[in-house]
Design a protein around this ligand. Structure first.
Ligand code: ADP
Ligand code: MG
Length: 476
């Protein structure tokens, strides 16, 4: 008999609770979600990379012991991390962290993003028979309306979401499309709608799914010849919530099957909730007939929150976690991080972690130091000088040569690589990059970038250099 992951994790928490302070427990263990158990491996989901590192740094022994106690000597733990600080990719990725032999795995494993292909997706499709089936809604209870702060930035989307939640399928907002930039609360609001519906009408079948998961399930269904089951499964929903539909772009077959599911649900008065990083008019690679359906209901945007809303969000979060911070610190955080609520929360967590690590109280000074580091890290802005230094260190060349006009082969190549990264990672103009790299003009920089790209395609070793350097440049 395989064990139930929720129960196992609950048992672990009982032990952990007795071994850490109340605040540490609230901050570091309550947000963890158990995901599954397979072959004596318990997978838990943590909100960020930072979170994972913190747990590993401070609680690995405790975790290891409790896991073994629950799962036996071969018991292991794996983390699924929700990506942060990365604008283009919000997939969770999994790092395998065995409860033994930790050092050998730690640093290496963290860098392996998990493509959704590797997620074992079981065939979840049940052919609807006469009886109602129980579908796991995939909703995160933390993402409720109660935890969602209202502000001018989200008023329309929030109230439309609330209206939909009160009368799924029965308002003009069908589909409800929530759109907005990264970290502004699309996923949170989408979950909130689902949670509210489930609270009010537990008998309704509600499903939250990311567009990527939907796509991969579909691909699997095609492989296994059960596209019909797949479609039936989705057509059975009373409320279907699909997150980040922009990822359907360019995937014609997926769009096609979704189109039919959409029509079926819409015609039978079922509610559809979608999120996207842009409004329908700006979506590219999407079939016209699908776009026109997206526009049937209401498209509501989430904007960047005002200072007051940012402060309110921080306060709510602190309250939920049982943390108190001086007002000036909260204001400083809210002043410094303006465009992404996920980063704002990340900064708060880092600050708490810093202070508990160094046993210092959280002062404005500590906040300033931390923000300097944090904001720099998340923005990933590096200077041309820094790139040159990293490249020269890597190839063991004196930096003056790189900046000089010399045409020695290995210098030329290092210089081209520096130009390539400068173009990729800074906002400098081509002319400015050229100026920094031996007084070249913009055409030379363009040529350098092309050369580097060509070499990267054809030369394995060269590609390795670039990958190494890219890693070094990303971790400041
Ligand atoms: P998106 O899906 O738009 O990238 P998320 O929904 O994942 O953004 O939100 C990022 C983080 O910010 C989440 O932890 C979420 O709980 C929090 N958040 C976003 N908007 C709000 C809000 N209005 N009130 C409270 N927390 C919020
Ligand atoms: Mg999201």
């Amino acid at each position: 008999m395989s064990k139930d992951h929720n129960q196992v994790w609950k048992n672990c928490l009982e032990v952990i609770k007795d071994n850490v302070s109340h605040q540490a427990f609230k901050t570091w263990f309550e947000p963890i979600q158990p995901i599954k158990i397979e072959n004596e491996v318990l997978t838990i989901q943590v909100p960020s990379q930072f979170f994972y590192e913190w747990l590993e740094e401070h609680y690995v022994t405790l975790l290891r012991k409790t896991i073994k106690r629950e799962l036996g000597a071969n018991g292991r733990l794996e983390y699924s991390i929700i990506m942060e600080n990365n604008v283009t990719n919000s997939n969770p990725y999994t790092v395998k962290v065995p409860t033994t032999n930790r050092t050998a795995v730690k640093n290496k494993a963290v860098q392996v993003p998990m493509s959704a292909h590797e997620t074992p997706i079981k065939n979840p499709f049940i052919i609807p028979g006469l009886k109602k089936v129980n579908v796991d809604s995939n909703l995160n209870p933390n993402y409720s309306f109660e935890h969602f702060i209202e502000g001018d930035c989200n008023r329309l989307a929030r109230s439309a979401g609330f209206a939909v939640a009160n009368k799924p399928g029965g308002t003009a907002f069908n589909p409800l499309l929530i759109y907005g930039g990264v970290g502004l609360g699309k996923t949170h609001l989408a979950h909130a709608i689902g949670i509210e519906i489930k609270n009010k009408s537990p008998e309704k079948t509600v499903l939250y799914v990311s567009s990527e998961k939907f796509t991969h399930q579909f691909i699997d269904a095609v492989k296994n010849n059960d596209v019909n089951d797949f479609s039936h499964f989705y057509q059975m929903m009373d409320v279907l919530i699909i997150d980040d539909v922009q990822f359907f772009a360019g995937k014609e077959k997926t769009q096609d099957v979704f189109f039919h599911i959409f029509n079926h649900l819409h015609q039978t008065g079922k509610q559809i909730v979608l999120t996207s990083d842009k409004p329908p008019v700006e979506m590219q690679g999407m079939e016209q007939r699908l776009l026109s359906r997206f526009k049937w209901g209401l498209s509501a945007d989430l904007q960047v929150p005002s200072l007051e809303t940012r402060i309110a969000i921080l306060e709510k979060k602190m309250y939920a976690d049982g943390i108190e911070l001086p007002r000036e610190v909260v204001e400083y955080l809210a002043y410094s991080i303006t465009t992404n609520i996920r980063e704002l929360e990340g900064a708060l967590i880092s600050l708490i972690a810093q202070s508990s690590l160094n046993k210092k109280s959280i002062t404005l000074d500590l906040a300033k130091k931390m923000i300097d580091k944090f904001v720099k890290n998340t923005a990933r802005e590096v200077s041309i000088d820094y790139i040159q230094k990293v490249v020269c260190d890597y190839f063991d060349l004196p930096i003056e040569l790189l900046k000089s006009k010399t045409r020695k082969r290995e210098i030329v190549q290092a210089r081209q690589i520096a130009m390539y990264f400068a173009k990729k990672m800074t906002k400098s103009s081509l002319a400015n990059i050229g100026l920094h790299c031996g007084g070249k003009d913009h055409a030379t920089v363009l040529h350098a970038c092309r050369t580097v790209n060509n070499l990267a395609e054809t030369d394995k070793h060269f590609r390795k250099y670039l990958e190494d350097l890219e890693k070094k440049l990303s971790i400041q």
